[in-house]
Design a protein around this ligand. Structure first.
Ligand SMILES: C[S@@+](CC[C@H](N)C(=O)[O-])C[C@H]1O[C@@H](n2cnc3c(N)ncnc32)[C@H](O)[C@@H]1O
Length: 329
């Protein structure tokens, strides 16, 4: 696809951004809880600085990977140097808006992960987790190992003082579902009996790439993240009423889940068609809300226990799951 004559790769000043009229959203919901701007996120976020500096509680960014994807308008094959510069610029634009207790997630594959980690550290961001989103349907290859993951980098301005709601996202522990270890029912870590905070590798039912006849799938988006991923990020690292920003709206997954869980949402998207489609999706709401929550992620068969023990642990987990659910209502 030819490069659109655009601002790609250029440094954009606030004055110019203001002249571009970036402050008026191109799409919004009547209650003001969702606002979307069409254009280059670097430009739009710079123009939003007077209104929103330090006010965004959670940033989630799933940027173009520079893999020559057909992103409607955005030319996804920049010279490497320009792409790295672009990456640093959009990160810095997001950081200008991030609050003191804010969290910043970035979804990024292997080839640009190191640069991003180094840049975030240089900006004094503290890494809380380096999570992996693991999927089973990667692009088949025979000359190297098949790629089956993306990095979900979780940073905070202050790792010791940030929004963190583990109870919203707990899952049954392997000790409870697979090994029937009584210690999990009497542990004193604040988690409900038989439950734990999820591992830092994410996979399972509802966690696959959104492809084929997946009910979440939106038309021509080939890089859509699963709802379960954003559900976990939003529930764990923001509170109802918080302001969530996604600079690369795409099909709108972050906006859909932010809205569904009572957060305010702002997003930017380079493609007018994508922005329109995302807004329609946000209005419609999620397809699988809550379906991936409180599910075991164990990969081995249950072992070494009789029927009665298994039933007892199943009861503990069910009780804990319903307790955790009512906590989150
Ligand atoms: C990887 S996709 C995001 C997918 C999204 N997370 C989802 O679940 O649908 C990246 C999106 O960023 C948009 N984009 C690329 N460069 C942009 C820029 N400079 N500013 C705003 N949006 C941009 C592309 O048009 C594309 O829709």
């Amino acid at each position: 696809m030819p490069a659109k004559k655009s601002v790609q790769g250029k440094k954009i000043g606030v004055a110019r951004a203001k002249r571009a009229g970036a402050l008026t959203p191109n799409h919004q919901l009547d209650d003001g809880g969702v606002r979307v701007w069409i254009g280059d996120c670097r430009e739009k976020l710079a123009a939003l600085k007077p209104e929103l500096a330090g006010k965004v509680d959670l940033v989630f960014a799933d940027p173009p990977f520079n893999w020559n994807r057909a992103y409607d308008e955005w030319h996804d094959k920049m010279p490497r140097e320009d792409f790295v510069k672009f990456t640093y610029e959009w990160i810095d634009a997001c950081l200008e808006l991030l609050s003191g207790r804010g969290s910043f997630w970035i979804n990024i594959p292997d080839d640009t992960c190191a640069e991003i980690v180094m840049h975030m550290k240089a900006r004094k961001m503290e890494m809380v987790n380096w999570c992996i989103w693991h999927y089973r349907f990667g692009q088949n290859t025979t000359s190297r190992f098949v790629n089956s993951k993306v990095h979900a980098l979780y940073f905070a301005r202050d790792a010791k003082d940030r929004t963190w709601n583990p109870m919203e996202i707990v899952e049954p522990s392997d000790r409870a579902t697979t090994y029937f270890d009584p210690r999990t029912t009497s542990k004193k870590d604040g988690m409900p009996p038989g439950m734990r905070v999820p591992l830092d590798v994410w996979y399972g039912a509802y966690w696959g790439r959104v492809q084929g006849n997946n009910k979440e799938r939106r038309g021509y988006h080939d890089n859509q993240l699963p709802e379960a991923y954003l559900e976990r990020v939003i529930l764990a690292t923001s509170n109802p009423g918080d302001l969530v920003l996604d600079p690369f709206l795409g099909s709108g997954t972050t906006g859909v889940m932010a809205r569904a869980y009572g957060r305010r949402f702002i997003g930017t998207e380079f493609s007018a068609a994508n922005a329109e489609s995302a807004m329609a999706r946000i209005k419609g709401g999620p397809v699988h809300k809550g379906m991936a929550l409180k599910k075991s992620s164990a990969i081995f068969e249950a072992r070494g226990a009789g029927k009665a023990t298994k039933a007892k642990f199943a009861q503990v987990v069910a009780g804990a799951a319903s307790g955790a659910e009512s906590d989150s209502d």
